[in-house]
Write a protein that binds this ligand. Structure first.
Ligand code: NIG
Ligand code: FE
Length: 421
């Protein structure tokens, strides 16, 4: 298959882009890409590729942008129910952490998710994944964390694997047993932390190895925050997870600066996410590491807050910056990766080019996949988007409508049921 006549083919070729080098799109004008066996076979000018491969099935990009699929490296896409009532409470003045402390928030989704059957969860999640794909996310990280006991956490992992097998998207699972303190451990965070380390993590590993046939383990993530896990408990969970061979991620500095980002760097975590109230020391350590700083601008927006990830400072410090949706029922019910791009441009002052790299190649690095996705380069998976616009800067600038016209996933053109959106 040959996609040709792209006004701008954003190849984003190269390695993840650090610091102020962020934003190199490596644009090929009047570009074309040859796809075979689900992979990218050749990238070049339209004329050159049309002449060389006259027999290929051709898809005309009609002088519009072609770019890599978005990689969404931080989502909580599996859950049951809705927290619309809490949204109203928040508008009336209750804070996110107050709601959590009174047994709502994450815990109300835990109640719903524990109650839901495997099939109900698969159905509700599938619906969201189709929307995400339609808006251009071709690879999606998905966390557990609404089970908070062994049985329900495994149920969530099974949902992720089931839907990954079903495709056409690719999903990257993350175990987030340390997301909140379940009611059984109320006022006993340390007891639950010990349970996560001594029982849950080994049980998850054993279940994974015996049942999934997959070598690559899920990531392990911790919500390092006031009202969730403090820095010592985060460290304890990191130690236990690392010993068992898991790669690490952290939710840090969403509301309070507890030092989770520097801890993530010390543990060579794959990513540190949120990073809204991150200290300058934490930013400096991110800048000297390969731990990807994942900004989730949909979250302060969803909470109606005015403070966003200090992206410019992270870039100044030479950090690797990515963007994700943080899709979740509490703060950020938004399946559309074009929305965090638009927010990052306005509130984190990224250029569209910087936001696009942060949502593709650097986002791939945030889930340890930059070697096979995130850019249009020979040998990588053929995960591409054909946009409805001529100039890539329309992304970020125009918002609230879907600028993705066609999605190509693993070399297959995906057509959408018109009813989905
Ligand atoms: O990344 N902050 C913790 N976890 C999610 C929110 C989850 C929820 O509220 O259900 C986040 O924003
Ligand atoms: Fe999150």
């Amino acid at each position: 298959m040959l996609i040709h006549s792209a006004s701008q083919l954003l190849t984003i070729a190269g390695t993840p882009q650090r610091g102020n080098s962020l934003g190199k799109l490596n644009i090929l004008e009047d570009g074309a890409v040859l796809i075979g066996d689900g992979k990218i076979k050749k990238v070049g000018k339209s004329k050159e590729l049309l002449d060389a491969y006259p027999e290929e099935l051709k898809i005309n990009a009609n002088n519009k942008v072609v770019m890599p699929g978005f990689v969404d490296p931080h989502t909580h896409a599996v859950w049951a129910g809705s927290r619309a009532a809490e949204f109203e409470l928040k508008l009336e003045g209750k804070s996110y952490l107050e709601i959590l402390a009174s047994g709502g928030g994450i815990l109300s989704t835990v109640t719903e998710t524990r109650k839901a059957s495997f099939n109900e969860l698969v159905d509700q999640t599938r619906d969201r994944l189709w929307k995400m794909l339609q808006y251009g996310s071709t690879t999606i990280e998905v966390k557990t964390g609404y089970g908070l006991n062994i049985e329900s956490e495994i149920k969530m992992l099974k949902v992720v694997l089931e839907l990954d097998n079903e495709g056409p998207w690719n999903l990257m699972p993350t175990f987030l047993g340390a997301h909140a303190i379940p009611p059984e451990y109320k006022d006993n965070t340390q007891g639950y932390t010990n349970f996560v380390c001594e029982e849950m993590l080994p049980a998850i590993l054993e279940w994974w190895n015996e049942n999934t046939g997959r070598k690559k383990l899920p990531f392990v993530d911790v919500f390092c925050e006031t009202g969730a896990f403090d820095i010592n408990q985060t460290k304890q969970i990191f130690d236990a997870a690392r010993k068992l061979g898991f790669k690490l991620k952290v939710h840090a500095d969403e509301f309070d600066n507890l030092g989770g980002a520097s801890l993530a760097v010390d543990y060579k975590a794959i990513s540190a996410d949120h990073l809204v109230v991150t200290s300058s020391d934490d930013i400096s350590s991110l800048g000297t590491s390969n731990t990807v700083a994942v900004a989730l601008p949909g979250t302060p927006f969803g909470l109606g807050h005015s403070e966003y990830t200090p992206a410019k400072k992270i870039l100044e410090a030479d950090g690797i910056l990515a963007i994700a949706s943080d899709l979740n029922p509490g703060t950020t019910w938004c399946e559309n990766m074009q929305m965090p791009i638009a927010l990052a441009c306005r509130f984190m002052k990224l250029t569209p080019a910087q936001a696009i790299v942060a949502a593709t190649l650097n986002a791939a690095a945030a889930i340890d996949r930059d070697r096979d996705i995130g850019s249009i380069e020979v040998g990588k998976n053929a995960d591409l988007l054909m946009l409805s616009v001529v100039d890539y800067r329309q992304l970020g600038y125009q918002y609230g409508t879907n600028l993705v016209k066609t999605v190509v996933k693993n070399g297959k053109v995906i057509s959408f049921n018109e009813d989905i959106n």
